[in-house]
Write a protein that binds this ligand. Sequence first.
Ligand code: SF4
Length: 118
Amino acid sequence: MADREICGHLEKIYDVEVSPDLISCVTNAVLDEVRSFAGGFNVNGDCNSCGICRNVCPARNIMIGDGPPMFKHQCESCLACIHHYSKRAINYMAKTQSCGRYSHLDIGHTEISRIYKG
Ligand code: SF4
């Protein structure tokens, strides 16, 4: 999302004007941290390569070939891949194995996949 789009959302939601330069300062400050996030995913033996994680990823960051999912380096840290597969096959480092999985009651991975396919 471009800085000007973020400004537009902030104005629409919170009725405040924020300069694109301020947004740029904030996003640049956290960019390295967000990029390094992508290296922390792991996939356990419960993965059956169903493709749910790939289909719910808004950044098209997940590839599935013959084996388990592979993560590229354009993750947006949304955690949809972790939350939408009920068997807990995808985790982040050693931090999410025992954490709950959450998704919207009315909007599951099927609906999200349909939206992203267009
Ligand atoms: S956290 Fe979100 S953006 Fe990152 S790989 Fe998973 S679904 Fe894609």
